[in-house]
Design a binder for this molecule. Structure first.
Ligand code: MG
Length: 388
């Protein structure tokens, strides 16, 4: 029996994780669930999966949830404390981290400090804290199982081999909906256009990150910490079809790739059933008559990728600032406050203004995140002409 805590259970990855758990049968149980404010969906999930505890970030939503699920014996908490309780829940064997953005950071730290096994979909938490967790000796290949499709691909290609056998990895990117577009065309991009991804069905934040290529930038930093690589060993490669989910080039020159249709259920299931593989009814890839193509990324028109490499090279609190200012800029773009091409401008300005703390502690990263959001809000106001 494997007992699983799913943090961020009402989001895209969270819901798909519960579908996979359901399909795996009675050996897989849900121990804890957390979400932000969607109490009605969480109540449905509690009725179906009967976890021992659940939490919502929103206090009022948690009160509604308590009233709603009275007949079920489920302990309900609210706020950040609730997420930390779920991340360290005593009976949970595996913690699935499927929250969006910064909110995954402190639960990840807590879960690792409690020696929990983690299935990680929240890449931002490693972007913010990878360096800190590495320094504290809390990162190793056995404690974090990647759910992000590219990192799952690399992990599957690696098998029992260690990082020493890797020459480099090719992190594949679909290029998003605007691959090949000119600067002028990108300036006219609306939130509705950016929220339509050609291959993947995902939540709003990651869909915009895919369109700006920031998603790939965050994944470069995630891969660096997950597989203990230098930045020079990570090559971003555009692969429009999203069939190859990433490749590993070994020191002897051999390249291994992992292929499959773009469907997150496969990497989710592999993380849940690891070290076993289970039969699935997921859609299969038919290779006959197909051509797989690769391109170099357009670093000039998609500067977010370079900003991520730059933040990673600087290190310290800079990746937390990259992430925090990106979250703020993406939210402002979705609200229609700034243009698509202003997203990297906001991030670049905030990064330039940041006094980096080298060898930061967890509190420094949390503080850098808050600072970056305040500074991003000021830069956004300057851009929109709302300066006081
Ligand atoms: Mg990915």
């Amino acid at each position: 029996m494997k007992r699983i805590a799913v943090l961020g259970s009402t989001g895209s990855i969270g819901c798909q994780t519960l579908e996979v758990i359901d399909s795996l049968g009675p050996e897989y149980r849900v121990a804890a669930l957390t979400a932000g404010s969607n109490d009605s969906l969480l109540a449905e999930q509690i009725r179906q999966f009967k976890p021992e505890m659940a939490a919502l970030s929103d206090t009022e939503a948690a009160d509604r949830l308590r009233d709603n699920i009275k007949p079920y014996k489920c302990f309900i908490e609210s706020g950040q404390e609730g997420h930390l309780t779920a991340a360290t829940w005593p009976t949970a064997d595996l913690i699935v981290m499927a929250q969006v953005g910064f909110s995954g950071f402190e639960p990840l730290v807590a879960a690792l400090q409690h020696g929990k096994m983690i299935a990680l979909a929240n890449k931002e938490s490693l972007v913010i804290g990878g360096e800190i967790l590495m320094r504290q000796g809390l990162l190793d290949r056995e404690s974090i199982l990647p759910v992000d499709s590219e990192h799952s691909a690399i992990w599957q290609c690696l098998g029992a081999l260690t990082s020493d056998s890797i020459n480099r990895i090719y992190l594949t990117a679909s290029g998003g909906p605007f691959f090949g577009k000119t600067r002028e065309e990108l300036e006219k991009v609306t939130p509705a256009m950016a929220l339509k991804h050609p291959n993947w069905q995902m939540g709003n934040k990651i869909t915009i990150d895919s369109a700006t290529m920031m998603n790939k930038g965050l994944e470069v930093i995630e891969a660096r910490w997950l597989f203990n690589l230098s930045l020079d060993q990570i090559e971003v490669i555009i692969h429009r079809q999203s069939i190859i989910h990433s490749m590993v080039e070994y020191i002897d020159g051999s390249i291994l790739a992992q292929l499959g249709p773009p469907d997150m259920k496969l990497p989710i299931q592999y993380a849940l059933t690891y070290p076993e593989r289970r039969k699935s009814d997921f859609e299969r890839y038919d290779p006959f008559g197909r051509i797989l193509e690769f391109d170099r990324p357009d670093r000039d028109n998609f500067p977010c990728l370079e900003l991520a490499f730059s933040a990673a090279r600087t290190g310290g609190t800079m990746p937390a600032v990259l992430n925090g200012s990106n979250e703020a800029a993406v939210a402002a773009f979705i609200e229609g406050k700034i243009s698509f091409t202003s997203i990297p401008l906001v991030i670049e300005t905030v990064m330039r203004d940041h006094d980096v703390i080298i060898e930061p502690e967890v509190e420094d990263a949390v503080h850098a995140d808050s600072w970056s959001r305040v500074r991003a809000a000021e830069v956004i106001d300057e851009l929109t002409g709302r300066v006081s």
